[in-house]
Design a protein around this ligand. Structure first.
Ligand code: FAD
Length: 659
């Protein structure tokens, strides 16, 4: 564990300069701060809240110069004190490092730094000089004593710019940047920022679970910025440019045909992997078990949340870029991993998702019985058979859906749209513990889904080989378990039944086994997902990578796409260098995450309260009968107003290292 010799963070000063190393208190936040990468110690760390020095020999002025050089480069230039002030500070620090300045310069730098901090309108300017001011105010004598030493060699330094919303996003989309472009009316540029990370901007703009909004600092003022709806806005508004852009795209460095990559699965993970490989110039073939692309985004997520035409357009980018998709090709049935290697693919990416439903483990449960459908299979039939091909479905009058996640909500809300009169949703815990999105629960309630919280199935009632009902029992919250979550215990003699001929367990999915054989050399974990090295996503077989739900277990679109991008980077390294490179940005992101517990909450600057844009929705009484998209788009004016709410919480970080 690294120990802080001295530093200042959020106004709190640490000074251990006169202590022996063994006397210095340890902080768990610095557990991982010993080395930046193997054999390369972290000597100092700077950020928007302050700085920490881990080694006595750090040259402070040079370290500050590295930090302020990056700040000056990142200043957007809209606030004069930040634009001009950061340049002046940079120049004066350069002079001091080169021993051309005088102690008087410190006073001038301090005055300018205070002005930048107190007058800047965005998070970058407001935090850009905090570390510098902390050092000048609390450790001035250390800087003054440096001025009488010889000119130092520049120290190796890694700099990194991010914001809480960017850090929270698995794909690290530069959210403030695409919002800045909306503020400026440059919608095409805004879409370009998103497309740097993944091709499914309109899809994510509709169904992303919004880790970014959960981290948005605007929640400390009023409500999170509508990041998702702004993404949908630019993606829909600029959809015309997509085809034009990608048809004209020519990779800078087209790769040899013998470096062809096979991707298995056209879900978000496979699409993102193929996208980044194609952009890097690799020839890519994609093998998909079903007859349609898009994975769970196509076969699971219902049309009323994500119209299939929107998804299809974004998936088609892969073919526009030259990728070939082979449908009805299931690995383990139509071909094997070894076949792909024999056919000459230089590397393989597995993005096969989790498509096998989990049983409820109750009496008389038989997945083969008529009227029993796993949630994902039920949604697949609606999406593919009913909507795409017009095949009618007989569903009866009453349906019972079991589960508390988004898949359960999708099943219940889709069942209503399929004319089921009564849809009961069974969840064993209380409403506040439900994993589904709050908006989804509210929408399901408005549409008339009947919720039974603290209720669990015990038995399926079967007569003449058909489901006739389900027996349920009431549950009570018990003592919290190790994770702090309340346990649930059945309430004796509280059983009751619901008559139904259709039961949908939607309590989770797992990887469908049988896609690899022991000869393939791809190992699974004990919980049935593909085993990978998390740093590179390489499997236990050389040249074979995997990502998305089949690695993480059921997760989200944006997590799958982030893994697809990461695997593409690893495959590129593997094919061009024969090894996978260390990623300094990922390491910086990890260090920033480690420091989160030390960051004080609160917005110090006055911000005008302004609640987020209200998205128009179809009336619940109408929408529950049709599959038309529920959420309506926002207008250009609304997008502009919403974009102004972003506080641009950019922060600059730097790490001084040994080499
Ligand atoms: C009903 C439902 C609703 C959801 N709602 C949301 C949401 O609102 N927001 C969100 O962020 N996430 C949501 N998710 C989760 C999200 O859809 C998944 O996390 C994401 O699709 C995972 O992407 P993936 O590429 O890893 O796998 P998948 O999307 O599952 O794609 C895997 C692909 O591989 C193919 N395949 C499987 N086996 C083989 C094989 N042997 N050979 C060839 N091809 C194969 C499959 O047919 C599929 O096309 C939802 C999931 C479900 C089921």
């Amino acid at each position: 564990m690294a120990k802080v010799i001295f530093g200042a963070w959020d106004g709190k000063v640490i000074d251990n300069r006169n202590r022996q190393i063994f006397e210095i208190e340890e902080h768990p936040e610095f557990n991982d701060f010993d080395e930046f990468n193997t054999g390369n110690p972290i000597k100092a760390f700077f950020g928007g809240h302050g700085f920490f020095i881990f080694e006595k020999k750090v040259n402070l002025l040079d370290a500050l110069l590295h930090y302020m050089e990056r700040v000056a480069r990142e200043s957007c230039g809209k606030c004069t004190p930040c634009r001009v002030g950061t340049q002046i500070i940079k120049r004066k620090l350069e002079d001091l490092v080169n021993r051309k300045g005088s102690p008087k310069d410190l006073d001038e730098i301090e005055i300018i730094a205070e002005q930048i901090k107190s007058t800047s309108l965005c998070g970058l300017g407001q935090t850009a000089t905090v570390a510098l001011l902390g050092m000048f105010q609390f450790f001035r004598e250390a800087i003054l004593s440096e001025l009488s030493t010889p000119i130092p060699l520049r120290q190796p330094c890694e700099t990194y710019v991010s914001a809480p919303c960017i850090e929270a996003c698995p794909s690290k989309v530069d959210v403030p940047k695409y919002i800045d472009y909306i503020k400026d009316g440059k919608f095409t540029h805004s879409l370009g920022v998103i497309l740097q990370k993944y091709p499914m901007a309109a899809t994510c703009g509709r169904v992303c679970v919004r880790f970014c909004e959960m981290a948005c600092r605007r929640t400390q003022v009023d409500e999170a910025v509508g990041i998702k709806v702004l993404k949908r806005f630019v993606a829909d508004h600029e959809q015309g440019v997509i085809n034009e852009w990608f048809s004209a795209y020519a990779p800078e460095d087209p790769k040899d045909p013998h470096l062809q990559v096979a991707v298995v699965g056209t879900g978000p993970a496979g699409i993102a992997a193929a996208y980044h490989l194609l952009l890097k110039g690799y020839p890519v073939d994609i093998f998909e078990a079903k007859s349609i692309p898009g994975g769970m985004a196509a076969t699971g997520i219902p049309e009323y949340r994500l119209p299939k035409a929107v998804l299809a357009k974004e998936v088609s980018i892969i073919e526009t870029l030259g990728g070939r998709i082979f449908y009805n090709q299931k690995m383990g049935r139509d071909f094997t991993l070894n076949d792909l290697v024999e056919r000459g693919y230089a590397s393989v990416f597995l993005g096969i998702g989790t498509h096998k439903g989990k049983t409820m483990q109750v009496a008389y449960e038989d997945p083969e019985i008529q009227g029993y459908d796993f949630g994902v299979d039920f949604l697949l039939r609606i999406n593919h058979d009913y909507i795409d091909r017009g095949i009618p479905m007989e569903l009866g009058e009453t349906m019972v859906v079991v589960g508390g996640g988004n898949v359960a909500m999708d099943c219940a809300r889709s069942a209503l749209r399929m004319n089921v009169k009564q849809v009961h949703l069974i969840y064993r815990r209380s409403e506040k513990e439900m994993p589904a999105d709050h908006e989804e629960i509210e929408a399901a309630k408005k549409e008339g889904v009947i919720f039974h919280f603290l209720t669990n199935p015990t038995k399926i009632l079967v007569k003449d080989g058909r489901i006739r009902g389900i027996e349920l029992i009431k549950m009570a919250l018990g003592n919290p378990d190790e994770s702090g979550r309340s346990s649930v215990v059945p309430v004796a003699e509280s059983e009751f039944t619901i008559d139904t001929d259709h039961i949908i367990p939607a309590i989770g999915q797992q990887v469908e086994l049988g896609f690899v054989t022991p000869k393939d050399g791809v190992e699974l974990n004990t919980w049935g997902t593909i085993r990978v090295n998390p740093a590179s996503l390489i499997t236990t077989r050389k040249g074979v990578f995997a990502g998305g739900d089949c690695v993480s277990g059921p997760a989200t679109l944006v997590q799958a796409m982030a893994q697809g991008e990461k695997a593409a980077r690893s495959i590129d390294d593997y094919l061009t260098l024969g090894r996978i490179r260390f990623q300094p940005k990922e390491r910086m992101s990890q260090l920033v995450a480690d420091l989160q517990p030390m960051i004080a909450k609160g917005i110090n600057i006055p911000v005008k309260h302004e609640y987020r844009v209200k998205i128009k929705e179809l009336d619940p009484l109408i929408r529950k009968k049709i599959f038309e998209e529920v959420e309506k788009p926002i207008s250009v004016d609304q997008a502009y107003t919403e974009a102004q709410r972003c506080m641009r919480c950019y922060r600059v970080y730097s790490a001084i290292t040994e080499h």
